[in-house]
Design a protein around this ligand. Structure first.
Ligand code: ATP
Length: 493
């Protein structure tokens, strides 16, 4: 082995310290969340009627008969939740049903959210607590989603110091009614009717329940920006500045990405970042919170003490990393990417600048999913300058065919950046030249001191045929094995 760690005891013991907790990691069984659903799950006939309206956030190709193929934007109803999956039914076209990863679907903005009396998904007990609060009086009412039938609603009204609940039912054609004698095309019409005909219900509906809705509706994920005290600027990317901050209510240091919202539809953006928060893996940067009210939008993530891998490689500490250290780090990136691969999530901007480094050489993939949401318009608007061509597979750079396999290509370039300790790929060449030489079969040369088996992996990632490139699972296990072999050699010295 090259470099100092072969003989240098401080380095060796440091290596031992950071390696030990991960030492058995080749034997670790995959966490449950990355197992795919296999044939042993049968899909029972749906028990309930369609519930709230959901939409597919990403395209999803069914991998077995139990799964459902959807296109981004397909309208769905979710029949039930099954672990990391949901049993969903398409509401248009073929009306098929099947399993989808839960983070591929999101609730479509509730159509009644604009009404002051609408409180959405609160239970009976909460409704009573709110209506009996001192700021409310007889005649205060609210409408909530029925606990037992989630496509139906309940009116909760206060009268003579008590709360009464009336179920609003749906007819086969979707009309709303409390009493079968009279039904309404919309929920709003039904409420307006009973506001002027209180006898029909037996409870006056005079004023919507009073509640500090802003706070009440705010999910823990959405936080007021006052909770974050900005401390120092960590860097700046295409889409705004990144700051280190303290999250006062948790007494925790965090990183905040501030987004200028020029090109993005805010609602769409918030919905999609919302879905990303459900991605949890130790090798992915954890999204902690968001401040989407007002500008700039804050995306709050865990703080990584050593910043981006790109800048870390340029530090004196980064420059003396051995191949074993670098392979250990690359293996972690492949592991995080394998988690995204299982979920068919394409990163589109995998590069050393989007890997963050913490203590003990812990590496995590950052900005996953965001590229598609926030960079698309920029990339397509002025492709030649904005697409990170040096990291992008030819089929993606030329024809926008982004896929998990185009991420694998980028991973090969990331490996090159790592093994060359931060060298710019295709240094001295323009983007146009890069695409030309790649088309003629040229590939980046092996960086000096790069073990041949690692360079072979790079070349596999740069196969012109996307389907012939390895999977991230395969890359992870290959790198892990190479790392374990190097590690044993190191400690034998
Ligand atoms: P691009 O926007 O093109 O992807 P980028 O990834 O460098 O470029 P940002 O993601 O905005 O841009 O990050 C800018 C810099 O902020 C990073 O290079 C890194 O040094 C720092 N940074 C970002 N996130 C964190 C974090 N969670 N912890 C510590 N430092 C961070």
């Amino acid at each position: 082995m090259e470099d100092c760690c072969r003989t240098c005891m401080p380095c060796l013991s440091r290596l031992w310290n950071w390696v030990w907790p991960e030492f058995h990691y080749p034997n670790i069984t995959r966490p449950a969340e990355i197992r795919t659903v296999s044939g042993d799950i049968s899909v029972p006939a749906p028990k309930k009627k369609p519930t709230q309206l959901y939409a597919a956030l990403f395209d999803f190709e069914a991998r077995s008969e139990e799964e459902l193929t959807v296109k981004e934007g397909d309208k769905l109803s979710v029949i039930e939740k099954r672990g990391d999956y949901v049993l969903a039914k398409k509401l248009t076209g073929t009306l098929e049903s099947g399993l989808l990863p839960a983070n591929y679907v999101a609730l479509v903005q509730d159509e009644f959210a604009k009404y002051k009396w609408y409180y959405g998904n609160i239970n009976r007990q909460k409704a009573e607590q709110l209506l009996l609060a001192p700021q409310n009086k007889n005649g205060s009412f609210l409408v909530r989603i029925s606990e037992s039938h989630s496509d139906e609603y309940t009116i909760s009204g206060r009268n003579e110091g008590q709360v009464y609940h009336y179920r609003i039912r749906r007819s086969v054609i979707g009309a709303y009614f409390v009493s079968e004698k009279i039904s309404f095309a919309t929920l709003d019409e039904l409420i307006r009717y009973y506001q002027t005909n209180s006898k029909g219900l037996g409870c006056p509906l005079e004023q919507p329940c009073v509640q500090q809705r802003e706070l009440f509706d705010m999910e823990p994920w959405e936080r007021p920006r006052e909770e974050f005290k900005l401390q120092r600027k960590l860097g700046e990317g295409h889409f705004g500045e990144v700051w280190e901050a303290t999250w006062s209510s948790k007494n925790q240091k965090v990183a905040i990405k501030m987004l200028k919202q020029e090109d993005t539809k805010q609602d769409e953006f918030i919905k999609e970042v919302h879905a990303l928060k459900n991605l949890h893996h130790p090798k992915l940067i954890k999204l902690l919170a968001m401040c989407s009210r007002g500008e700039p939008v804050y995306i709050v993530t865990e703080l990584m003490s050593k910043g981006s891998l790109k800048s870390y490689l340029a530090t004196p500490e980064g420059q003396i990393l051995t191949s074993a250290h670098l392979i250990y780090m690359a293996s972690q990136v492949a592991e995080g990417m394998a988690y995204l691969e299982d979920r068919h999530i394409v990163h589109r901007d995998l590069a050393a600048r989007n890997i963050l480094v913490g203590e003990d050489l812990i590496c995590k993939v950052a900005d996953f999913g965001l590229a598609r949401i926030i960079k698309d318009s920029v990339y397509t608007a002025s492709r030649s300058t904005k697409i990170p061509v040096r990291w992008t597979a030819p089929e993606a750079a030329l024809y926008q065919r982004f896929s998990v396999k185009s991420d694998v290509w980028s991973f090969g370039v990331l490996l090159y950046e790592m093994m060359s300790r931060g060298k710019m790929p295709y240094d001295g060449k323009s983007n146009k030249e890069v695409l030309e030489i790649l088309a003629s079969g040229y590939r980046l040369p092996s960086p000096p001191k790069c073990p041949p088996n690692i360079y072979r992996i790079m070349l596999e990632c740069w196969n012109p045929e996307p389907s012939k490139r390895p999977s991230f699972h395969a890359l992870h296990s290959q790198l892990d094995n190479i790392y374990s072999r190097l590690y044993f050699k190191t400690i034998e010295v």
